[in-house]
Design a binder for this molecule. Structure first.
Ligand SMILES: Nc1ncnc2c1ncn2[C@@H]1O[C@H](COP(=O)(O)OP(=O)(O)OP(=O)(O)O)[C@@H](O)[C@H]1O
Ligand SMILES: [Mg+2]
Length: 261
């Protein structure tokens, strides 16, 4: 679980994050959404400890990353997996070498144990057969899967994914989303996904946090979003007539099935 209490962050005299409270539970996909400039990246960087907020607390299962000493922060970082935007693989390394890298840096495992662990996670993301290929030789979706394998290889308790679907077609995006959701439950991680992708919101959004001008404007699940009457949220999510219609149809369908809220 990750808890944010009254988190505030400014640059110069410009407040960017204006007092945010969030509880992110384990085994859940917590999605941070919001328009460009609303503070999603700054907030995420505060959560992982790359920025220090001026006020507030960010607790990882009770441990406050804001006030903890550097040594403890380093130790906590090793329990955080990150899938960077654009995958950020090392181009000169094979798929397997990319996944081995965090193990070599941080694990203290023997060579054979490291190879075995890399094989395990590569099998989990269905990429064992591509382990000797270089990033330039594989597709965008495969690169994301390598990124995911590398992010989870140290068995993290917390997983952060920055725009995991950018540049992918809708079908491949869905596969990536499902994989993130499955491993979140399987490994009981607290997962935080920053996304612009509305398919992800509807598919894996157990807990959606909608940021507006540095504040949490709305939060709820992908089920609740269909029934929200928050105007700012609705204008953001259901921006097109097509999506407005889809929302109405979903409400009608839910009502028919007796699922309406
Ligand atoms: N290092 C920085 N120094 C000064 N201002 C910054 C810095 N990083 C971000 N900002 C400002 O903070 C605000 C929020 O930026 P942020 O990158 O968090 O937006 P975002 O919601 O992630 O947008 P996008 O969807 O475009 O990635 C912006 O006004 C930006 O200019
Ligand atoms: Mg951003």
């Amino acid at each position: 679980m990750i808890e944010l209490l009254n988190v505030k962050k400014s640059f110069g005299d410009k407040p960017i994050i204006k007092g945010v409270d969030i509880v992110m539970e384990s085994s859940k996909c917590n999605l941070i959404i919001g328009s460009s400039g609303s503070g999603k990246t700054v907030l995420t960087k505060c959560i992982v400890g790359l920025f220090t907020p001026e006020e507030g607390h960010i607790k990882y299962d009770g441990q406050d990353i804001v006030s903890m000493p550097l040594e403890e922060k380093k130790e906590l970082r090793q329990r955080i997996g990150m899938l960077f935007q654009g995958s950020a693989l090392f181009d000169s390394m094979t798929v397997e070498q990319n996944v081995l890298f965090p193990l070599e840096m941080f694990s203290g495992k023997s060579y054979n144990e490291r190879k075995k662990r890399a094989d395990e996670v590569l099998a989990r993301v269905n990429l064992l057969e591509a382990k000797n290929k270089y990033p330039a030789e594989i597709s965008g979706g495969m690169k994301k899967r390598v990124g995911i394998a590398r992010a989870i290889v140290l068995n993290p308790k917390y997983l952060f994914c920055d725009e995991p679907n950018s540049g992918l077609d809708p079908q491949t995006s869905l596969l990536i989303d499902k994989l993130i959701k499955e491993i979140t439950v399987e490994y009981d991680m607290t997962t935080v996904v920053v996304t612009h992708d509305m398919n992800s919101v509807m598919e894996i959004g157990d807990h959606i946090i909608y940021m507006y001008q540095g504040q949490k404007q709305w939060e709820g699940s992908n089920k609740e979003i269909i029934y929200s009457d928050d105007k700012l949220l609705n204008d953001f999510i259901f921006a097109s007539d097509f999506l407005q219609d889809a929302k109405k149809m979903r409400q009608i369908e839910d009502k028919r099935k007796g699922l309406a809220q």
